[in-house]
Design a binder for this molecule. Structure first.
Ligand code: 8DG
Ligand code: MG
Length: 157
């Protein structure tokens, strides 16, 4: 049981806790030959292009989490989705090192004409569609994504 004084500390609860691995769920939203990417403003991967996604919440399925994060970050409604792959990555170049097991889904939009909005401007500079071609993707990519491209990974069916 945590005592009252503990809760009065200035620093956030997370900073007080031992680091633990967390689960991320991210989505390759596919449209034609393109995927949806946004330039991050969050501390991990700041100024690099990454997929929409975020932290798995208690009780969620991967698809529920992907759909919720996509909606929160872009306003887009996720259509049919499927599991693609998983990564296990350490982010050591952080004030507080982070460890993520990240689930990658691919999905189409419920309505392909819906336009992405930047609903969390403190976390992202904006969203755009980029052709999945190593010479046409924006640079720099968030390093986990960069590694996937380098390994020849293709999110398209
Ligand atoms: P939340 O607090 O709103 O739930 O989450 P968030 O603030 O949107 O989390 P996030 O950093 O966007 O995503 C969680 C972690 O997932 C991220 O810190 C590292 C991992 N991750 C990857 N690859 C990618 C990616 O391409 N995009 C995103 N958004 N996260 C990724 O390993
Ligand atoms: Mg996010």
């Amino acid at each position: 049981m945590l005592d009252f004084e503990y809760w009065q500390t200035e620093s956030p609860l997370e900073m007080e806790m031992e680091p633990v691995p967390r689960v991320g769920v991210v989505v390759f939203v596919l449209k034609g030959k393109s995927v949806l990417l946004g330039r991050r403003r969050s501390s991990i991967g700041a100024s690099t292009f990454a997929l929409p996604g975020g932290h798995l919440e208690f009780g969620e399925s991967f698809e529920e989490c992907g759909a919720r994060e996509l909606k929160e970050e872009t306003g887009l409604e996720m259509g049919k989705a499927e599991y693609l792959t998983v990564t296990n990555n350490l982010f050591l170049d952080q004030p507080k090192p982070a460890h993520y097991v990240t689930i990658f889904l691919r999905a189409v939009l419920a309505d392909p004409d819906q336009v992405a909005q930047n609903l969390e401007p403190s976390k992202c500079d904006g969203w755009g569609w980029y052709e999945w071609d190593k010479d046409k993707l924006p640079q720099p990519l968030f390093w986990p994504l960069h590694e996937m491209v380098r390994s020849g990974f293709n999110p398209f069916p």
